[in-house]
Design a binder for this molecule. Structure first.
Ligand code: NAD
Length: 305
Protein backbone atom coordinates (compact mmCIF):
# COMPACT_ATOMS: atom_id res chain seq x y z
CA UNK A 1 0.00 0.00 0.00
CA UNK A 2 1.23 3.51 -0.82
CA UNK A 3 2.65 5.51 2.02
CA UNK A 4 0.54 8.49 3.10
CA UNK A 5 2.07 11.91 2.52
CA UNK A 6 1.48 15.27 4.23
CA UNK A 7 2.49 18.18 1.98
CA UNK A 8 2.96 21.58 3.65
CA UNK A 9 3.42 24.65 1.44
CA UNK A 10 1.42 24.39 -1.79
CA UNK A 11 2.79 27.42 -3.63
CA UNK A 12 4.44 27.72 -7.05
CA UNK A 13 6.63 24.69 -6.41
CA UNK A 14 4.76 22.72 -3.76
CA UNK A 15 1.45 22.81 -5.65
CA UNK A 16 2.64 20.96 -8.75
CA UNK A 17 4.94 18.67 -6.72
CA UNK A 18 1.99 17.56 -4.60
CA UNK A 19 -0.13 17.13 -7.74
CA UNK A 20 2.51 14.81 -9.23
CA UNK A 21 2.46 12.67 -6.09
CA UNK A 22 -1.33 12.40 -6.35
CA UNK A 23 -1.05 11.48 -10.04
CA UNK A 24 1.43 8.74 -9.08
CA UNK A 25 -1.17 7.25 -6.74
CA UNK A 26 -0.03 8.51 -3.34
CA UNK A 27 -2.67 9.67 -0.86
CA UNK A 28 -1.60 13.28 -0.20
CA UNK A 29 -3.07 15.58 2.46
CA UNK A 30 -1.95 19.19 2.09
CA UNK A 31 -1.93 22.45 3.96
CA UNK A 32 -1.08 26.04 3.09
CA UNK A 33 -1.84 29.25 4.96
CA UNK A 34 -3.15 30.81 1.72
CA UNK A 35 -6.69 29.62 0.84
CA UNK A 36 -6.15 30.01 -2.95
CA UNK A 37 -3.16 27.66 -2.82
CA UNK A 38 -5.25 25.12 -0.91
CA UNK A 39 -8.09 25.37 -3.41
CA UNK A 40 -5.75 24.84 -6.37
CA UNK A 41 -4.23 21.79 -4.68
CA UNK A 42 -7.67 20.40 -3.93
CA UNK A 43 -8.57 20.73 -7.61
CA UNK A 44 -5.47 18.63 -8.38
CA UNK A 45 -6.65 15.85 -6.06
CA UNK A 46 -4.90 16.78 -2.82
CA UNK A 47 -7.02 16.25 0.29
CA UNK A 48 -6.87 19.53 2.18
CA UNK A 49 -6.47 19.93 5.94
CA UNK A 50 -7.28 22.82 8.27
CA UNK A 51 -3.73 22.95 9.69
CA UNK A 52 -0.28 21.49 9.16
CA UNK A 53 -0.74 19.32 12.22
CA UNK A 54 -4.00 17.94 10.86
CA UNK A 55 -2.31 17.12 7.56
CA UNK A 56 0.58 15.39 9.34
CA UNK A 57 -1.64 13.31 11.61
CA UNK A 58 -0.82 9.69 10.84
CA UNK A 59 1.28 10.51 7.74
CA UNK A 60 4.24 8.29 6.87
CA UNK A 61 6.05 11.10 5.05
CA UNK A 62 5.95 14.86 5.72
CA UNK A 63 7.15 17.16 2.92
CA UNK A 64 7.69 20.88 3.45
CA UNK A 65 8.10 23.39 0.59
CA UNK A 66 8.13 26.78 2.33
CA UNK A 67 9.70 30.18 1.70
CA UNK A 68 12.47 30.27 4.35
CA UNK A 69 13.91 28.65 7.47
CA UNK A 70 11.64 30.54 9.86
CA UNK A 71 8.57 29.16 8.10
CA UNK A 72 9.95 25.63 8.39
CA UNK A 73 10.55 26.06 12.13
CA UNK A 74 7.09 27.56 12.59
CA UNK A 75 5.48 24.67 10.74
CA UNK A 76 7.57 22.07 12.59
CA UNK A 77 6.88 23.50 16.04
CA UNK A 78 3.45 25.07 15.64
CA UNK A 79 2.48 28.03 17.76
CA UNK A 80 -0.32 29.74 19.63
CA UNK A 81 -1.15 26.49 21.36
CA UNK A 82 -1.44 24.68 18.03
CA UNK A 83 0.85 21.68 17.76
CA UNK A 84 3.19 21.51 14.82
CA UNK A 85 4.20 18.83 12.36
CA UNK A 86 6.76 17.22 14.66
CA UNK A 87 4.22 16.62 17.41
CA UNK A 88 1.49 15.47 15.04
CA UNK A 89 3.43 13.01 12.87
CA UNK A 90 3.60 9.40 13.95
CA UNK A 91 6.94 8.30 15.46
CA UNK A 92 9.54 7.49 12.85
CA UNK A 93 7.88 9.52 10.09
CA UNK A 94 10.16 10.59 7.23
CA UNK A 95 10.50 14.40 6.97
CA UNK A 96 11.61 15.69 3.57
CA UNK A 97 12.49 19.38 3.82
CA UNK A 98 12.55 20.61 0.23
CA UNK A 99 12.56 24.41 0.75
CA UNK A 100 15.71 26.42 0.05
CA UNK A 101 16.93 27.50 3.49
CA UNK A 102 20.24 28.32 5.20
CA UNK A 103 22.61 25.40 5.73
CA UNK A 104 22.63 26.08 9.48
CA UNK A 105 18.83 26.14 9.55
CA UNK A 106 18.74 22.83 7.68
CA UNK A 107 21.05 21.28 10.29
CA UNK A 108 18.85 22.68 13.07
CA UNK A 109 15.75 21.27 11.38
CA UNK A 110 17.45 17.85 11.21
CA UNK A 111 18.19 17.99 14.94
CA UNK A 112 14.56 18.83 15.68
CA UNK A 113 13.36 15.93 13.53
CA UNK A 114 15.71 13.42 15.20
CA UNK A 115 15.02 14.77 18.70
CA UNK A 116 11.31 14.06 18.25
CA UNK A 117 11.86 10.48 17.12
CA UNK A 118 11.53 11.03 13.38
CA UNK A 119 13.85 10.68 10.38
CA UNK A 120 14.63 13.24 7.73
CA UNK A 121 16.53 14.68 4.79
CA UNK A 122 17.16 18.18 3.56
CA UNK A 123 16.25 17.88 -0.11
CA UNK A 124 16.23 21.28 -1.83
CA UNK A 125 15.58 21.37 -5.55
CA UNK A 126 16.58 23.07 -8.74
CA UNK A 127 14.60 23.13 -11.96
CA UNK A 128 12.02 25.80 -11.13
CA UNK A 129 8.26 25.73 -11.64
CA UNK A 130 8.65 24.08 -15.05
CA UNK A 131 10.60 21.23 -13.46
CA UNK A 132 8.09 20.98 -10.61
CA UNK A 133 5.22 20.66 -13.09
CA UNK A 134 7.01 18.18 -15.33
CA UNK A 135 8.36 16.10 -12.44
CA UNK A 136 11.92 16.69 -13.62
CA UNK A 137 13.42 18.50 -10.63
CA UNK A 138 16.93 17.85 -9.38
CA UNK A 139 16.98 16.96 -5.68
CA UNK A 140 20.11 17.56 -3.61
CA UNK A 141 19.77 15.50 -0.46
CA UNK A 142 21.49 15.58 2.91
CA UNK A 143 21.02 12.97 5.62
CA UNK A 144 21.73 9.30 6.28
CA UNK A 145 22.14 6.75 3.50
CA UNK A 146 19.21 4.76 4.92
CA UNK A 147 16.83 7.72 4.88
CA UNK A 148 18.02 8.66 1.39
CA UNK A 149 17.26 5.15 0.16
CA UNK A 150 13.86 5.23 1.83
CA UNK A 151 12.98 8.59 0.22
CA UNK A 152 14.03 7.48 -3.26
CA UNK A 153 10.69 6.27 -4.66
CA UNK A 154 8.96 9.49 -3.53
CA UNK A 155 11.62 11.91 -4.77
CA UNK A 156 11.70 10.05 -8.11
CA UNK A 157 8.05 10.95 -8.69
CA UNK A 158 8.92 14.66 -8.47
CA UNK A 159 12.41 14.68 -9.93
CA UNK A 160 14.64 13.10 -12.51
CA UNK A 161 18.02 13.56 -10.78
CA UNK A 162 18.35 12.68 -7.12
CA UNK A 163 21.80 13.19 -5.62
CA UNK A 164 22.87 12.16 -2.13
CA UNK A 165 25.30 14.96 -1.21
CA UNK A 166 26.26 13.80 2.31
CA UNK A 167 25.05 14.18 5.88
CA UNK A 168 22.57 16.69 7.36
CA UNK A 169 22.71 20.06 5.55
CA UNK A 170 24.75 18.73 2.62
CA UNK A 171 21.84 19.18 0.20
CA UNK A 172 21.47 22.84 1.09
CA UNK A 173 25.27 23.24 0.95
CA UNK A 174 25.31 21.90 -2.62
CA UNK A 175 22.41 24.15 -3.61
CA UNK A 176 24.01 27.30 -2.20
CA UNK A 177 27.39 26.54 -3.83
CA UNK A 178 25.77 25.82 -7.21
CA UNK A 179 23.71 28.99 -7.13
CA UNK A 180 26.73 31.08 -6.17
CA UNK A 181 28.41 29.80 -9.35
CA UNK A 182 25.24 30.60 -11.29
CA UNK A 183 24.92 34.19 -9.99
CA UNK A 184 28.56 34.99 -10.67
CA UNK A 185 28.57 33.32 -14.10
CA UNK A 186 25.44 35.17 -15.26
CA UNK A 187 27.01 38.51 -14.34
CA UNK A 188 30.25 37.51 -16.12
CA UNK A 189 28.42 36.44 -19.29
CA UNK A 190 26.29 39.60 -19.27
CA UNK A 191 29.32 41.87 -18.83
CA UNK A 192 31.03 40.11 -21.74
CA UNK A 193 28.03 40.63 -24.06
CA UNK A 194 27.84 44.33 -23.18
CA UNK A 195 31.58 44.71 -23.77
CA UNK A 196 31.25 42.83 -27.06
CA UNK A 197 28.44 45.18 -28.14
CA UNK A 198 30.57 48.22 -27.31
CA UNK A 199 33.46 46.73 -29.30
CA UNK A 200 31.21 46.24 -32.33
CA UNK A 201 30.77 42.46 -32.07
CA UNK A 202 27.39 40.93 -32.84
CA UNK A 203 25.89 38.93 -30.01
CA UNK A 204 25.72 35.91 -32.32
CA UNK A 205 29.44 36.11 -33.11
CA UNK A 206 30.39 36.25 -29.44
CA UNK A 207 27.99 33.39 -28.69
CA UNK A 208 29.38 31.23 -31.52
CA UNK A 209 32.89 31.63 -30.17
CA UNK A 210 32.29 31.51 -26.39
CA UNK A 211 29.74 28.67 -26.50
CA UNK A 212 32.43 26.47 -28.03
CA UNK A 213 35.38 27.86 -26.12
CA UNK A 214 36.48 28.28 -22.52
CA UNK A 215 33.70 30.78 -21.72
CA UNK A 216 31.11 28.01 -22.10
CA UNK A 217 28.65 27.71 -19.20
CA UNK A 218 24.91 27.26 -18.51
CA UNK A 219 24.37 31.02 -18.20
CA UNK A 220 25.60 31.36 -21.78
CA UNK A 221 24.36 28.26 -23.59
CA UNK A 222 20.98 27.66 -21.89
CA UNK A 223 19.91 30.92 -20.23
CA UNK A 224 21.67 33.26 -22.68
CA UNK A 225 21.01 36.86 -21.51
CA UNK A 226 20.63 38.28 -25.04
CA UNK A 227 17.79 37.39 -27.41
CA UNK A 228 18.65 35.35 -30.50
CA UNK A 229 21.37 32.76 -29.97
CA UNK A 230 19.30 30.48 -27.67
CA UNK A 231 15.63 30.82 -28.71
CA UNK A 232 14.31 29.24 -25.49
CA UNK A 233 16.13 31.60 -23.10
CA UNK A 234 14.06 34.17 -21.14
CA UNK A 235 15.75 37.06 -23.03
CA UNK A 236 13.52 36.10 -25.99
CA UNK A 237 10.33 36.67 -24.00
CA UNK A 238 11.17 39.99 -22.42
CA UNK A 239 12.98 38.32 -19.49
CA UNK A 240 9.87 36.65 -18.13
CA UNK A 241 11.18 34.10 -15.60
CA UNK A 242 12.60 31.42 -15.62
CA UNK A 243 14.44 32.05 -12.41
CA UNK A 244 13.30 35.33 -10.89
CA UNK A 245 15.72 37.97 -9.62
CA UNK A 246 14.12 37.77 -6.16
CA UNK A 247 15.01 34.08 -5.87
CA UNK A 248 18.57 34.67 -7.05
CA UNK A 249 18.91 37.47 -4.49
CA UNK A 250 17.52 35.14 -1.80
CA UNK A 251 19.84 32.26 -2.70
CA UNK A 252 22.91 34.51 -2.82
CA UNK A 253 21.88 35.88 0.59
CA UNK A 254 22.01 32.29 1.87
CA UNK A 255 25.43 31.89 0.19
CA UNK A 256 26.73 34.98 2.01
CA UNK A 257 25.37 33.61 5.30
CA UNK A 258 27.33 30.43 4.63
CA UNK A 259 30.45 32.42 3.66
CA UNK A 260 30.25 34.35 6.92
CA UNK A 261 29.73 31.29 9.07
CA UNK A 262 32.65 29.44 7.46
CA UNK A 263 35.05 32.41 7.11
CA UNK A 264 35.43 31.80 3.38
CA UNK A 265 36.49 34.87 1.42
CA UNK A 266 34.56 34.86 -1.87
CA UNK A 267 34.90 38.30 -3.40
CA UNK A 268 32.84 37.52 -6.48
CA UNK A 269 30.14 35.60 -4.63
CA UNK A 270 29.74 38.46 -2.14
CA UNK A 271 29.68 41.04 -4.91
CA UNK A 272 27.10 39.00 -6.85
CA UNK A 273 24.87 39.05 -3.77
CA UNK A 274 25.07 42.87 -3.61
CA UNK A 275 24.36 43.17 -7.33
CA UNK A 276 21.33 40.86 -7.26
CA UNK A 277 19.97 42.34 -4.02
CA UNK A 278 19.98 45.77 -5.69
CA UNK A 279 18.56 44.31 -8.92
CA UNK A 280 15.65 42.73 -7.02
CA UNK A 281 14.99 45.91 -5.02
CA UNK A 282 15.02 48.12 -8.12
CA UNK A 283 12.41 46.35 -10.25
CA UNK A 284 14.12 43.03 -11.06
CA UNK A 285 12.39 40.89 -8.43
CA UNK A 286 9.91 39.43 -10.90
CA UNK A 287 12.26 39.52 -13.90
CA UNK A 288 14.45 36.59 -14.95
CA UNK A 289 17.89 36.94 -13.35
CA UNK A 290 19.46 37.18 -16.83
CA UNK A 291 17.79 40.63 -17.02
CA UNK A 292 20.84 41.81 -15.06
CA UNK A 293 22.35 42.48 -18.51
CA UNK A 294 20.02 45.45 -18.94
CA UNK A 295 21.31 46.99 -15.71
CA UNK A 296 24.90 46.52 -16.89
CA UNK A 297 24.07 48.00 -20.30
CA UNK A 298 22.28 50.98 -18.75
CA UNK A 299 25.26 51.71 -16.49
CA UNK A 300 27.75 51.46 -19.38
CA UNK A 301 27.95 54.95 -20.79
CA UNK A 302 30.43 55.87 -23.51
CA UNK A 303 33.65 57.49 -22.23
CA UNK A 304 34.01 61.23 -22.75
CA UNK A 305 36.00 62.10 -25.89
P1 NAD B 1 5.78 30.20 -2.82
O1 NAD B 1 5.84 31.44 -2.02
O2 NAD B 1 5.03 30.17 -4.10
O3 NAD B 1 5.22 28.99 -1.91
C1 NAD B 1 5.45 28.86 -0.53
C2 NAD B 1 4.11 28.55 0.12
O4 NAD B 1 4.31 28.30 1.52
C3 NAD B 1 3.12 29.70 0.02
O5 NAD B 1 1.95 29.25 -0.66
C4 NAD B 1 2.84 30.08 1.47
O6 NAD B 1 1.49 30.49 1.70
C5 NAD B 1 3.13 28.78 2.18
N1 NAD B 1 3.40 28.87 3.62
C6 NAD B 1 4.18 29.75 4.29
N2 NAD B 1 4.18 29.46 5.61
C7 NAD B 1 3.41 28.36 5.78
C8 NAD B 1 3.03 27.55 6.90
N3 NAD B 1 3.48 27.81 8.14
N4 NAD B 1 2.22 26.50 6.70
C9 NAD B 1 1.77 26.21 5.45
N5 NAD B 1 2.10 26.92 4.35
C10 NAD B 1 2.90 27.99 4.51
O7 NAD B 1 7.31 29.77 -3.08
P2 NAD B 1 7.85 28.69 -4.13
O8 NAD B 1 8.28 29.39 -5.37
O9 NAD B 1 6.91 27.55 -4.21
O10 NAD B 1 9.20 28.23 -3.40
C11 NAD B 1 9.18 27.37 -2.29
C12 NAD B 1 10.63 27.07 -1.90
O11 NAD B 1 11.30 26.47 -3.01
C13 NAD B 1 11.42 28.33 -1.53
O12 NAD B 1 12.27 28.01 -0.45
C14 NAD B 1 12.19 28.64 -2.80
O13 NAD B 1 13.41 29.33 -2.54
C15 NAD B 1 12.46 27.24 -3.34
N6 NAD B 1 12.66 27.14 -4.79
C16 NAD B 1 11.85 27.84 -5.64
C17 NAD B 1 12.07 27.75 -7.02
C18 NAD B 1 11.18 28.50 -7.99
O14 NAD B 1 11.55 28.58 -9.17
N7 NAD B 1 10.04 29.02 -7.57
C19 NAD B 1 13.11 26.96 -7.52
C20 NAD B 1 13.90 26.23 -6.63
C21 NAD B 1 13.67 26.33 -5.27
Amino acid sequence: MSRTIAFIGLGHMGGPMAANLVAAGYPVTGFDVVPEALAAAEAAGVKVAASGAEAAQGADVVITMLPAGRHVFAAYQGGDGVGGLLAAAKPGALFLECSTIAVEDARKAHEMVLATGHRGLDAPVSGGVVGAEAGTLTFMAGGSAADFADAGEILEVMGKRIVHCGGPGAGQAAKVCNNMILGVSMIAVSEAFVLGEKLGLTNQALFDVAANASGQCWSLTTNCPVPGPVPTSPANRDYKPGFAGALMAKDLGLAVEALNSTGVVAELGSRAEEIYRRFAAEGGAGVDFSGIINTIRAASTAPEQ
